[in-house]
Design a binder for this molecule. Structure first.
Ligand SMILES: O=C(O)CCC(=O)C(=O)O
Length: 267
């Protein structure tokens, strides 16, 4: 069970207020970054890609990409369908997501947080189907990526549809980016699922960050965060775009990231 602090709301704030909150809390939620039609296009494209990916998937890839969660069965009433947990690097592979990554209001906000001249280092679509999609344990993105400059990395978590407490929105530990990166561990059967040890993670209360469709939850690479499973009868699909300030080096990545897929957006 997640401990709940105050809820982070998607308020309309001035640029100074957004920056001040990001620096103090390590995260901030901004509504209305994308118009509804861009979100609808992205969802349709994510589902088409997911169908193709599942059809072509090798058994070795199943543990990484499939959650084992239930999706609503096909109309025939056949057994539960496999649902992807995530898909990697849509900003490279899918033009609809490349357009999200280069959307001027988003890029302006990213540059206001980490400075001018940015690239997308990595990106992920996260699928949480109705009554499924397992939890993502507490972790820090900077442990995964290992940037030389910890402040030169920000994740823009784009809510393709409403994300709330019921369907598995993100939760953050306030100010946790100020204390640096802590060691992570992974279950033996899920070596990619790096996370802060449960007894350490339990020491910090987590703030839920519901995001309306088209809004973005920005988090510093050092901010502890997690998501719960989807307890609702709605989907929760989101795209995490991990931006880096140009020139930031990645010296200690915990997983292999393909640097040929880094896409310069500005400068
Ligand atoms: O969407 C999720 O459930 C996890 C997202 C996440 O960990 C991230 O964007 O860094």
């Amino acid at each position: 069970m997640l401990q709940a602090n105050e809820i982070e709301t998607a308020e309309t704030r001035s640029g100074e207020e957004i920056l001040a909150r990001y620096r103090a809390a390590g995260h901030v939620t901004v509504p209305d970054v994308f118009p509804p039609e861009m979100m609808r296009t992205a969802i349709a494209d994510a589902m088409a890609w997911s169908d193709d990916f599942l059809a072509a998937m090798t058994p070795e890839k199943r543990a990484w990409y499939v959650d084992g969660a239930a999706a609503p069965g096909p109309a025939s009433g056949a057994a539960q369908a496999a649902v992807l947990r995530k898909l990697d690097n849509p900003h490279v592979h899918r033009p609809a997501f490349g357009a999200l990554a280069a959307h001027p209001p988003l890029v302006a906000q990213v540059e206001a947080l980490i400075g001018r001249g940015v690239s997308v280092y990595f990106s992920q679509i996260f699928f949480k189907p109705p009554h499924g999609g397992g939890p993502k344990p507490v972790h820090q993105d900077n442990f995964y990526f290992g940037p030389a400059d910890p402040d030169g990395m920000v994740t823009a978590w784009v809510a393709l549809e409403d994300a709330d407490l019921e369907n598995g929105c993100l939760h953050y530990a306030e100010g946790s980016h100020l204390a640096g990166v802590v060691p992570h561990e992974a279950p033996a059967e899920r070596p990619f699922d790096l996370q802060i040890p449960a007894e350490l993670a339990a020491r910090r209360a987590m703030t839920p960050a519901p995001v309306p469709a088209g809004g973005v939850s920005f988090h510093h690479g050092g901010t502890w965060h997690q998501s719960a499973d989807n307890a609702s009868n709605r989907w929760r699909r989101a795209c995490a775009l991990h931006y880096v300030r140009n020139g930031n080096a990645f010296e200690t990545p915990a997983l292999p990231y393909d640097h040929s897929l880094v896409v310069k957006i500005t400068g």
